[in-house]
Each structure stands twice: as C-alpha cells, then as structure tokens.
Ligand binder design. Sequence first.
Ligand code: ADP
Ligand code: 5GP
Length: 233
Amino acid sequence: MAKGTLFVMTGASGVGKGTLRERLMERVKLYYSISMTTRPPRPGERHGVDYWFVDRERFLALRAQGAFLESAEYVGRFYGTPRAPVERHLARGEDVLLEIEVEGAKQVMRRAPELGIQAVFLFIVPPSLSELRRRLLFRSGRLDEAKLKEIRARLARAEREIAEAGELGFDYVVANDVLEEATAALERIVRSERLKARRQGAALSRALARDPELEAELDEMERWMVERGGTGN
Ligand code: ADP
Ligand code: 5GP
C-alpha cells in the first residue's frame, strides 16, 4: 500500500490556520497530529484535543529522546510534533495534517527525504499585515501589556516569515481572505495530491482488469458489426 502524504500547513500565528484546519477536516479525511506545547491552555482548550500541554522539563526530556519530528521555540514557549503517531498513520496509507509555525515546517522540509516521508508544504498568508494584526487583537480577548507585547512579537515574526517565504520552497501559497474560498482551495490541493501517480497504484491495477461478461458481449457485437459492415451509423 502507498504511504500517506504529510500535509504541512504553516504560516503566521493568527492567519487562520486553526480555523482552516477545522473546516478542511470536515471535507476531507485527514489525521490531525496534535502538537505538544509548554504554553498554558487558553480558555476552552483541552488537553489531548487542542494540544498536549506539558511542562518544560517533560518537553525537553522528550526532545532529547528524539520523540519529535520537529520542534521550535515560539515567543518563549516550546511546540513540537510527536513523531511516532505521524509515522504510524502515514505507514497505514492515511494522510496526516500538521499545523505548525514556519521554523518547524523548515525542519520537516529538511528531514522528510531521509525519513521517506512524502510531504506537501502549504503556506497560508493573510490578505495584509493589517488584517493579521486585527485578527490577533480580536482573538486575544481582554488585552493587557503582556498580551500586547506578545501580539507585537507575533506580528514582527510574521512580517519576516512572509518576506522570506518566496525562497523557502513551499508547494502552495493560499491567502486566507474569504474563509470559504481559502478552505475550498485547500480541499482542491488535498484532492489533487491524492490523484498523483504514486498514490494511484490501485486505480492503475483496476484499469488493467477485464470483465469476462462484458468481453463476451463485445466479442458478439464485434462479429455482428463485421457481418453488417458497420454499426449502421
Ligand atoms: P492561527 O491558528 O493561524 O493562529 P486562528 O485560526 O486562531 O489562527 O485565527 C485567528 C483569528 O482570525 C480567529 O479569531 C479567527 O476566527 C479569525 N479568522 C480566521 N480566518 C479568518 C478569515 N478568513 N476572515 C476573518 N477572520 C478570520
Ligand atoms: P498558538 O500558541 O497560537 O496555539 O501557536 C503558536 C504557533 O505555534 C502557531 O503558529 C502554531 O501553528 C504553531 N504550532 C502549533 N503546534 C506546533 C508544533 O507542533 N510545532 C511547531 N513548530 N509549531 C507549532
């Protein structure tokens, strides 16, 4: 069986990756890899659903053991993709979705060939930096100095990443302006990747099959057409 494809969705914080991921997963079957992080949960976030929330010691111990496919420090917190579940699902032929920041995506880009992982990199961009700022502010709820500082750090980082994106070798860039359009674009990408020849072994085998009953009918039709000198058309 062909291994699954790893879809790596990346882009600035606040650009709408989480929102797009949820919508995309309603339309195509994907295994979502739950990340581990040392940041505290936001209201409503659940352990084992949104993230695996762990403390710094546990994260660093796991990282030292090589338990992550990639990991990065982001605005003072660690984030990482547990490697084992990703590899297990890909081996079963399932497609896996990662939603990670850009440093982590770059690590996956470097490591995927040596790990035998077929990966597709999707870079999500905001319609503009100002709209990104608006989304970060709106998402934050009540604002204080510390939160504002974090938002500014996220915005500065976003600007650098978008400026460099052209050279990074992403497969697709999707602008998240109208949510429905961006979701539809992602759906098309996933479906198109699934049509690639390396994933179509079963379709190729089926295309070589012959149906004995239909073959017999066609043999008869051939004889009849030859006798009549054509189909009559
Ligand atoms: P990320 O996961 O990239 O950090 P989120 O999915 O949390 O981003 O989105 C950040 C904020 O922007 C959220 O409040 C979300 O509702 C909003 N948002 C996402 N996509 C759009 C969009 N296309 N138009 C307007 N707001 C959006
Ligand atoms: P947040 O704190 O807003 O949930 O996430 C901050 C950033 O970290 C987002 O851009 C998010 O996509 C990214 N992120 C989430 N999980 C991972 C992960 O496992 N690895 C990496 N490198 N980034 C992650």
